[in-house]
Design a protein around this ligand. Structure first.
Ligand code: IPM
Ligand code: MG
Length: 358
């Protein structure tokens, strides 16, 4: 199979971790006789520094022409503490999601048994958890009109959804539920928000087309609580952009660390694969970041964009092997981890590649 992959490392630890997702893809190509070619492009703070634009036209063009995109992370501390800056790294990510029509963000909460102790939640509550989030990605307050009054004392962000936006992601989530345990939980705030009432009404309509799927509706505040109380209760979770952003960070603690979670953004065309973690400037350049989420993002690319489930499985198994052999990056180490088995980004990346090459 011939594929053209665009790599966008982005900012902070994005640079360090994405090189391992890319290397894992190259090793898979070698093992299975595929031809993957890689190109690179700028986005975020890295792009602002060079071009003044968080999403340069050249990056967008390359993205449109590619078969899949492997992305790292975005953001820089200098913007976090200065809300007045008009040009911001995150604008690049939001724009590329919108431009490429990436309306469905799939975030699997993949729980490796070896990491049960790395979570702050009790192991017996976690064990057996397997959740697939469908976060809507191109609507909501993220893209609604933003306003600031002339005296600058009042601000608003419009929370807006159109019926078709809810319908198209609901179909994707229901179809996934049919392939899994046939349970879907839609999360909203329909007791308060009109956009959530549209959401719920639409999901109820779509549900009729999937009578084999058991559908439940839950308010976001309750869902946030249930997720920690009894994560096994959930299978496919369908939710809006902002709620999904927050719930999936929370859910990352089920998997032990943000450093373990991969995501796939899909929709109209090319797929976009990225770890759910951010640019983590506090640890950037220190060889401390966990490269496994980038490697697992590459696995999602193989499975979803390229239809190569066997190759995807090989990647997940190599990660599993590293964990089974006791190796950890700092974020997933626990009190039982031998000091000699706590690895840096480079060493963990190399180890996974070694297992892959065997
Ligand atoms: C994510 C991130 C982004 C989001 C930020 C960086 C804009 O938190 O992908 O979850 O809020 O969508
Ligand atoms: Mg987020």
């Amino acid at each position: 199979m011939k594929k053209n992959i665009l790599v966008i490392p982005g900012d902070g630890i994005g640079q360090e971790v994405t090189q391992w997702g890319k290397a894992a893809l190259a090793q898979i190509a070698k093992n299975y006789g595929h031809e993957f070619t890689f190109d690179e492009a700028l986005m975020g703070h890295a792009a602002i520094e060079v071009t003044g634009n968080p999403l340069p036209e050249e990056t967008l063009e390359k993205a449109r022409k590619s078969d899949a995109i492997l992305f790292g992370a975005i953001g820089h501390a200098m913007y976090d503490n200065d809300p007045s800056l008009k040009v911001r790294p995150e604008q690049g990510l939001l724009k590329i999601r919108k431009e490429l029509g990436l309306y469905a963000n799939l975030r699997p909460i993949l729980l490796f048994d070896e990491l049960l102790e790395a979570s702050s939640i009790k192991a017996h509550i976690l064990k057996g958890t397997d959740i697939l989030f469908f976060r809507e990605l191109t609507g909501d307050v993220y893209f609604g009109e933003k306003k600031r009054s002339e005296d600058r004392n009042t601000a608003s962000d419009l929370m807006i959804y159109h019926r078709y936006e809810v319908e198209r992601i609901a179909h994707k989530a229901f179809q996934a539920a049919q392939q899994r345990s046939k349970r879907l939980c839609s999360v909203d705030k329909a007791n308060v928000l009109e956009s959530s009432r549209l959401w719920r009404e639409t999901v109820q309509e779509i549900a009729k087309q999937y009578p084999d799927v058991e559908t439940e509706h839950m308010f976001i505040d309750n869902a946030a609580m249930q997720l920690i109380k009894n994560p096994k209760k959930f299978d496919v979770v369908l939710t809006a952009n902002l709620f999904g952003d927050i719930l999936t960070d929370e859910a990352s603690q089920i998997a032990g660390s943000m450093g373990m979670l991969a995501s796939a953004s899909v929709g109209d065309g090319v797929g976009f694969y990225e770890p759910i973690h951010g640019s983590a400037h506090d640890i950037a350049g220190k060889n401390l970041a966990n490269p496994l989420a980038s490697i697992l993002s590459a696995a999602l690319m193989l499975e979803i964009s390229f239809g190569l489930p066997e190759e995807a499985k090989a990647l997940v198994s190599a990660v599993d092997q590293a964990l089974k052999d006791g190796y950890r990056t700092g974020d997933i180490a626990d009190q039982n981890t031998e000091a000699s088995k706590i690895l840096g980004t480079q060493e963990m990346g190399q180890l996974v590649l070694k297992y892959l090459a065997q």
